[in-house]
Every structure is written in C-alpha cells, then in structure tokens.
Design a protein around this ligand. Structure first.
Ligand code: NAI
Length: 462
C-alpha cells in the first residue's frame, strides 16, 4: 500500500495548486519542497517580489511625473531602499504563509527537503522513501546561463540577485529584452539607475505583436531606458566590482563595450530537474531538456506526471496552475483539460502589455484571412484622466466568421483588461459579441469594446 495517492514535487504555482486540487478531489496528498518556504520561484523570487518593486517604483514615477500637473505640490518622495526591500519581503512572507495555511486547511502533508525519484512510485527525501500511486514533477525552472558570462549574484545577477541588490545601482546593463529584463529594467529606471537593455533580436519581447513591441520600445525609451536591439552580448568581465559588457551589432559586426555597476542576465530560463534522477529512471526528455508528456501530462514512466516550466510551453505561473488543476483531475479519474490557445501573457511594466491568442504575424504566416479592430487609449475618457492615453487595444477576428482569434493591449491595466477577451475566446465569441456587451463608463475596458466595434461598423470615439 502506498503512503499517498499523490506526491507533488515542488510547491510553486503549478505544484501547490495541483496539491490543493488533489486534496479537494479526495486524494491523499503530499507536497515536497526543498526551500524553507512554499510558493516556489513565483512567490519567493519571481512574480510576487517583482510586482512589489514594480508597484513601489511606479508610485515614485507617478509622483515625479504627474503629481504637479494634478495640483499635488511638494517634494517628490525619496527612496529608502531598505524599507522598500522590507515591504517586498513582507509581501512575499504573507503570500508564502498563505500557501502554508491552504496546505493545512486541505490536510496536505508538507515534506521539506530535496526530492529524488529512485524508482517508479517512490520519492526519496533525505533518508526517507515515501510511496505514492501518482507522482507529479512540478520543479519549475532556473535562469539559463550565457556563454562568456559568469553570474556571481552580486555584480552579475539573475532576476534573483536583482531583487535583493544591496543598493540602487548608478548604472545597469540588462542582457535580454524579454519579460524579466523589461520588468526589472523598469524598476531600476524609475528608481534612478541609468539602465541599458541589450537585446539580440531586432525588437523587444520575442513573439509579441510587432506593433505593440514598437510602441512599447518607444514608451520605455521615453521613460529613460536605453535600448540597443540587434546586439549580441559576447561576454562580461568583472574587475573591482565593476562590469564591462562586450557586444557585437548583428547587422555590421561592429563591436563595443558598456560599463555597469550591475549586469542583469535575463536571457531566458531552463527546466530545473537536477537531482531528480530522471536519467536513471529513463524519463523521456525533449532536445531542450524539458520533460516530455502526453496531452494528459503523463511521462513515459507509469504513474509519473510533469507540469509547468519543466515541460514544453510558455513558462508562466498561470499555465502551470492550469496544468496543476487539470492533472489532478486526470489522476482522480476525471477529464482535465487546458486550452493552450487561450493563455494570456502579461508584462507588468507601465503601461502594461498583455496578449492572448494569435498575432497578426502568426495569422499571416498561417495564411488565415483576418480583420483588425484597433482603438487608442487617447480616445478613452478614463485614460485621459489618469495620464494613461499612451497605447491601444487591438483585436484580431476571423474575416468571415468574426470569431475572435487574438488580442493585444498596451495600456493602463492591460493585464486585467485582457481577461474579458480570454473569456470571450473560451466561449468562441465573435468580436460583435464583445461589441454588443454593455461596458461601464468611464472605464479602461471601454477601449476593449471600441476595438471590438472597430472589427465591425467602427469605433465610436475614434
Ligand atoms: P525571455 O525569453 O522572455 O527573453 C530573453 C531575451 O534575451 C530574448 O529577447 C532573447 O532574444 C535575448 N537574448 C538571448 N541571448 C542574448 C544575448 N547573447 N545578447 C542579447 N540578448 C540576448 O526570457 P526572460 O525575460 O529571461 O524570462 C524567462 C521566462 O520567465 C520567460 O518564459 C518569461 O515568460 C517568464 N517570466 C514571465 C513573467 C510574466 O509573465 N510577467 C515575468 C518574468 C518572467
């Protein structure tokens, strides 16, 4: 008899959500976590602490740029970095304790330590071997390395070190203009650091709608961020606590260097599966080091499943959460399902950037006929009142059926606005369905409706 119905390895958003759903479905569940606190990368050193710093630095930016115009006079606040760090740590602690509470509430056994899988149905932690009918690997990801760059988490940091720098640096080079680079780059730009982002490709945010990426780049530059695109970083040298970043321009091979107090390496993440013993177990992996699964998250080993960043697909907490719930349903004999066509992506800068579904580029590449409905936040009354007119909503719909195929938003609260389009897409809605839905005035969400109207007879305020 196995000790447990399910052992989940990893307590990030994929793992802890999976464990809770397993318990709710009546399965005897344990969750193994190597860290002292629950919540994985997202809660401890990722999404949550970065959002705290983004919020604090955004408030400062608002005070510096918009307060006087609103008649709020006086000196802009100065930065007490130690207090900002304490605030961030407090936000992390309340979140990780929240997961602890949920584990107790759902009677999930918490096992602390680093797990390995010595044989199918077995999970070893320290000297103890636990047995389970089902094992779920939800071990997430770690920052991937870059040739010629040695991370010391002091001068050359990953996102982990960037969250706990001893002081706000004067200069920072960010390698990689993806989500991490632009979110943390924004934090430090707003706190007064001279930030230069060096991106290999010709545009920021690989895979983003090209028009959104262009607008985003312009707005970030306006906020003071230096951005170099088409530049491949060759290496970083550190001497006396200062870094020198060398790069080569891809179009003409010109080489140059940048000096910086801190270098943030944000060139992607890779699955974290070290120490699990997957090779000995014979678990099938992809060429990119991800665990291969079928559509129900089963690996090639009976009773062994994998979800989240450790398997192919976007490395996003909410994708992992959805897989966690769905695999729990599969293990309980139900029919778990994830709609990979409707997974939103959000960048929590200001303005925020959010997207779901197809882009114009992907639709063109697929030869699909589509129409574009676009609406600028300049035409939105609420946005005008809050200095948020920069940006737009773009909805892509099938040319013949009007079915919504994707949406791209750059603007205020884009990360919240995107979800009405997600729900509409889940229901197979047409742009006209959104356009005929009454939206409260004055809200940012009216811009979404206007973009839907623009797919048909036209937006009203354009
Ligand atoms: P990313 O894949 O989003 O971006 C990495 C960037 O680095 C790419 O644009 C790439 O072209 C560039 N790059 C690679 N090598 C380079 C070189 N030698 N020189 C210059 N540029 C180079 O990876 P990132 O930002 O590290 O994020 C990792 C993962 O974490 C992503 O999957 C992301 O979606 C996820 N994440 C999501 C967040 C969110 O949803 N808000 C927040 C933070 C991370």
């Amino acid at each position: 008899m196995a000790n447990f119905d399910v052992i989940v390895i990893g307590s990030g958003p994929g793992g802890y959500v999976c464990a809770i759903r397993c318990a709710q479905l009546g399965l005897k569940t344990a969750c193994v976590e190597g860290r002292e606190t629950l919540g994985g990368t997202c809660l401890n050193i990722g999404c949550i602490p970065s959002k705290a710093l983004l919020h604090a630095s955004h408030m400062l930016h608002e005070a510096e740029t918009n307060f006087a115009a609103m008649g709020l006079k006086g000196k802009a606040p100065s930065v007490d970095w130690a207090q900002m760090q304490a605030y961030k740590d407090d936000v992390v602690a309340t979140n990780t304790k929240g997961v602890e509470f949920l584990f107790k509430k759902n009677k999930i056994t918490r096992i602390t330590g680093w797990a390995s899988i010595p044989a199918p149905g077995q999970v070893k932690v320290g000297d103890e071997v636990h047995t389970a009918k089902h094992i779920v690997i939800a071990t997430g990801s770690e920052a991937s390395s870059l040739p010629g760059v040695t991370v010391d988490e002091t001068t050359v940091v990953t996102s982990t070190g960037a969250l706990t720098l001893p002081k706000v640096p004067k200069t920072m080079v960010v390698i990689g203009g993806g989500v991490i680079g632009l979110e943390l780059g924004s934090v430090y730009t707003r706190l007064g650091t001279a930030v230069t982002v060096v991106e290999y490709l010709d545009a920021l945010v690989p895979g983003a709608d090209a028009e959104v990426a262009r607008t985003f780049q312009r707005l970030l530059k306006k906020q003071g961020m230096e951005i170099l695109t088409g530049a491949a970083v060759q290496g970083v040298e550190v001497a006396k606590g200062k870094a020198k970043v060398s790069y080569k321009m891809r179009k003409d091979g010109a080489e140059a260097t940048l000096d910086a107090d801190v270098v943030l390496v944000a060139t992607g993440r890779r699955p974290f599966t070290k120490g699990l013993g997957l090779e000995d177990l014979g678990v099938k992996m992809t060429s990119r080091g991800q665990i291969e699964t079928d559509a129900q998250w089963r690996t090639n080993i009976p009773g062994l499943y994998a979800i989240g960043d450790a398997i192919p697909g976007p490395m996003l907490a909410h994708k992992a959460e959805d897989e966690g719930m769905a695999v729990a349903e599969v293990m309980a004999g139900q029919h778990g399902h994830v709609n990979y066509g409707v997974i939103p992506g959000v960048i929590y800068t200001w303005p925020e950037v959010a997207s779901v579904g197809e882009t114009e580029e992907s639709l063109k590449a697929g030869g699909r006929a589509f129409k574009v409905g676009k609406f600028s936040f300049m035409g939105n009354g609420r946005a005008k009142a809050t200095f948020s007119g920069d940006g737009f909503v773009k909805i892509l719909a099938d040319k013949d059926t009007d079915r919504i195929l994707g949406a791209h938003i750059i603007g205020p609260s884009a990360g919240d606005l995107i979800h009405e389009v997600c729900v509409a897409m889940e229901f197979g809605a047409a742009a006209e369905d959104l356009a005929r839905t009454c939206h409260a005035h004055p809200t940012y969400s009216e811009a979404v409706r206007e973009a839907a109207l623009a797919c048909g007879d036209g937006a009203i305020h354009a």
